[in-house]
Design a protein around this ligand. Structure first.
Ligand code: UDP
Length: 332
């Protein structure tokens, strides 16, 4: 029988792709999701247990039923704009919820934990390429909440022997090339799906948030990673933990980016080429909480985990997202 892994947020964008990668790697992904932003239809690769991370009794029940060997924790609120307006929602929904999950995991005897952290924990660093050792000075409650959860994992490692792999993601884009799952947020706030919406008339235009940044074309620079590459890294990180390569109670941090930065305007240009259609545009003010440039080195993930982010080119990510955009989507 396949070994179970509890996947929180398994009905969401990255979590659903992770479930597919886990299933393909021979694990049984158990999705735990409250469907507040996820989709029941996205749960295709293993059992679904609906539940909230703040519901400890439900968590205990699911952990006792499936006895997962590890937890992959994706469930989170992740919108920078919302985090600026409603920080309490982020401290409760990300930090309190994760504390509940970690305590339940420890009580159930789980020893391996894979955590989705973010480059938003870094804040602005004057355009330097970020790596695992860059100081974390987040600009918003989203980044601050994720940094707090990283700290929590280190503390529970020391107290209870919970070992963790922490991935700091850069900008995730693209979709499953088979279009079984893809990116579908409501409301949508992410650049690539919003560009595709503008291209096919689902929105009047894409608004560029800020054109006066100190970058060559005035727009923010991000490092885009294909969601399939990202979830491959999670399977490698899980194996790394299960093979005992992280000391009991230890943790290992990996940045998942490509080392290449692209401006908002460059992403728009690539989208125009890939779809062969115009992108209706408007220019708006800066969005609060946005860093100027977030680009990562990924040497550690490549050398230590053997990660190969081969699909993380803009044409491939936008092409896969466009195929999903035209064929996919979920219904409540
Ligand atoms: N962005 C934009 N218009 C939009 C959405 C996003 O100009 O409608 C910009 C945003 O300011 C940032 C980049 O695109 O510089 C990526 O934003 P996204 O929300 O996709 O990811 P984030 O960097 O916040 O994780």
């Amino acid at each position: 029988m396949a070994v179970s892994v509890l996947v929180t947020g398994g009905a969401g964008y990255i979590g659903s792709h992770a479930c597919k990668a886990l299933r393909n790697a021979g694990f049984e992904p158990i999705t735990y999701d409250n469907l507040c932003t996820g989709w029941a239809e996205a749960v295709k690769f293993g059992p679904f247990e609906q539940g909230d991370l703040l519901d400890r009794a439900r968590l205990d029940e699911v952990l006792a039923k499936h006895r997962p060997v590890a937890i992959m924790h994706f469930a989170a609120l992740s919108q920078v704009g919302e985090a600026m307006r409603e920080p309490g929602k982020y401290w409760r929904g990300n930090v309190s919820a994760s504390l509940n999950l970690i305590e339940a995991a420890v009580a159930a005897g789980v020893k391996s934990f894979v955590f989705s952290s973010t480059c938003a924990t870094y804040g602005d660093h004057d355009g330097v390429v970020l790596d695992e050792n860059t100081p974390q000075t987040p600009l918003n409650a989203y980044g601050a909440s994720k940094r707090a959860i990283e700290d929590m994992l280190k503390d529970f490692g020391a107290s209870d022997g919970l070992s963790s792999v922490i991935f700091r993601y850069f900008n995730v884009a693209g979709a499953d090339p088979d279009s079984e799952v893809g990116e579908f947020h409501q409301p949508e706030t992410h650049l690539v799906p919003l560009i595709l919406d503008a291209i096919d008339g689902k929105r009047p235009a894409l608004t560029i948030h800020g054109t006066d940044y100190p970058t060559p074309d005035g727009t923010c620079i991000r490092d885009y990673v294909h969601v399939m590459d990202l979830v491959d890294a999670h399977v490698l990180g899980l194996r790394y933990l299960l093979d005992g390569k992280v000391a009991p109670g230890g943790h290992e941090v990996f940045c998942l980016g490509t080392g290449n930065g692209f401006s908002v305007r460059e992403v728009i240009d690539h989208s125009r080429h890939v779809t062969n259609r115009p992108v209706p545009l408007t220019e708006g003010p800066r969005r609060g909480g946005d860093a100027v440039k977030l680009v990562s080195g990924s040497e550690k993930a490549i050398s230590v985990l053997g990660w190969q982010p081969d699909r993380s080119t803009l044409p491939q990510m936008i092409g896969d997202a466009w195929r999903w955009h035209q064929n996919g989507g979920y219904e409540r």
